[in-house]
Ligand binder design. Sequence first.
Ligand code: NCD
Length: 298
Amino acid sequence: MRHIISIGDFDRKEIDHLLDHAGQIDKRKYDENALRGKILAVLFFEPSTRTRMSFESAMARLGGTSVSVGSVEACSIAKGETLADTVRVVSGYADAIVIRHPKEGAARLAAEFATVPVINAGDGAGQHPSQTLLDLYTIRESMPIDGIDIALVGDLRYGRTAHSLAFALSLYNARLHTISPKGLELPVNLAAGLKERGMEIIEHDDISEVIDAVDVLYVTRIQRERFPDSASYFNVSSNYRITPELLTRAKKHLIVLHPLPRLDEIDPRVDKSSHARYFEQSGNGVPVRMAMLMQVLQ
Ligand code: NCD
């Protein structure tokens, strides 16, 4: 039984293989009945549009079915049931579980109690491996990932997509440029681990310092829901904004990615620019998650 909890569960060869498979799926080369009769339990204890809907459409495209509870309030978690018990019970109703939870480590805990494979769809400020796979897939559509210069912009402390992506990029000899508000830098232990793996990480105060040097700009939302108080949120918001004016200095092939939802980090005028790839990126969630579901369910 194979769980997908952290991007660190994959080695480079496995990631490349999965992305190749997603590429085949993108070309409509897949069996529409591959997961006929299989059921995916969707346990989302945090808001989601893209991750949840793309897992559900991935399942449907492969002939499978998804089941879910409407919300936390609508299930027995609201009565005080533990996550461990919920997961044990749900294992009896489905062939795999995809879980999103506000607490870091929740997906790992779920995997300990589940008797079916568990996929982590985001655990607090921890990891978001399926997002990383679609991020890598999107980069690969524009350029080879090996050796890229990538700037991670925004909330690198609480942003789980940035954590997983940074880790994965250490397998591709990428050079990481980080630009974040004070106090929202990449967690020290994560940065230390990446450096130990040979990754070069360069901190910058301003995006304009690196805009002409990077191949990928990965922009993230300030994770307001993870802030201890609203005052500290207001101190950091709205400082890190991508505009068409800023992009005039970018390399021609630079791509702008964002896991979405965006608030005001990317000026809507950027949407029309040849650099913008964030909507394609979210669309790539379906083929990538189809490949993931086939891996755990077949
Ligand atoms: C991200 C998440 O949930 O971590 N969203 C997503 O899955 N595409 C990013 C975010 O919420 O800012």
